[in-house]
Design a protein. Structure first.
Length: 278
């Protein structure tokens, strides 16, 4: 455990403290996150990944008796307004059990398509209208593990900075370039950048996923398990793919389907490294 200097800590003893009230609002309300341009990160691992993603931090909250485990987060504490929160008050705010007691407030980023800086060898994931924060987090975790170049969420239905998305991604949501836009805007962008648009869909011309070459730049497009993709994606597709499965199974989980396609695309492009660790 890394020691920290108590003189930089501002004590908080009650959940009625205005700083904790604001923290709770940022945790619970997407509208508040959008209004303030701020969001909450819980856990040292997630905070470290946000540091790697070059997020700007405004506040740190540390539970009484706790301290950062790593030098990176210790350095952040030394440079950021930091509060020491009484144990019971921290437990009422925190969404996790266990010994790790650290929360951070960071600034949101703009996720515009034009801010993506993609090469002509890019492999990206596009997901249309995912609704469950846990699914979004799982998609990012898998995409980061597969070393995708970016993730685009088309027709977003859920706040990007939902705490459940962050938690289920284990912080991976901070590591990949991301954009949020309507499906029509994304299709226009991909065509402008000469991407192969490859959909996961049961179309008449669909082929098994392992028979496609995934020539880059390539965008893998997936819809939700319940509704699939909108017609405009099916019309824009250069190729549709299917994942063969047992007839007794209706569909795979979204993140599982995405993982199969992403790893196959990386394999076909010789971008998988043996014994590599992200």
């Amino acid at each position: 455990m890394v020691a920290y200097y108590s003189l930089i800590l501002k004590p908080i003893h009650s959940t009625k403290n205005p700083e904790l009230k604001q923290l709770r609002l940022l945790f619970e309300k997407a509208r508040e996150r959008k209004k303030k341009g701020l969001f909450v990160i819980e856990g040292e691992r997630e905070i470290k990944k946000a540091l790697l993603g070059k997020y700007n931090f405004t506040q740190i909250f540390i539970g009484e008796g706790s301290a950062p485990e790593t030098s990176e987060v210790q350095s952040l504490v030394n440079q950021t307004t930091t509060f020491q929160v009484e144990k019971n008050a921290f437990q009422r705010i925190s969404r996790r059990s266990g010994s790790e007691k650290i929360l951070a407030v960071a600034e949101t980023k703009s996720h515009e398509l034009e801010h993506l800086n993609l090469s002509d060898q890019a492999l990206i994931l596009v997901v249309e209208a995912p609704e469950k924060p846990g699914n979004i987090g799982a998609l990012y975790r898998t995409a980061a593990a597969a070393k995708m170049d970016a993730v685009i969420i088309a027709n977003p239905k859920t706040d990007f900075y939902n705490p459940n998305s962050i938690r289920s991604s284990l912080g991976s949501i901070f590591l990949l370039p991301s954009a949020l836009a309507s499906s029509s805007e994304v299709i226009s962008y991909l065509n402008k950048k000469s991407f192969s648009i490859v959909t996961a869909a049961l179309e008449p011309d669909a082929i098994p996923y392992n028979q496609y070459d995934y020539k880059t730049p390539c965008a893998l497009i997936l819809g939700t398990e319940s509704t699939g993709l909108e017609t405009n994606w099916l019309e824009a597709a250069h190729q549709s793919l299917i994942i063969p499965m047992s007839k007794s199974i209706d569909s795979l989980n979204l993140s599982v389907s995405a993982g199969i396609l992403m790893y196959e695309a990386q394999r076909k492009n010789n971008r998988l490294e043996k014994n590599s660790i992200l």
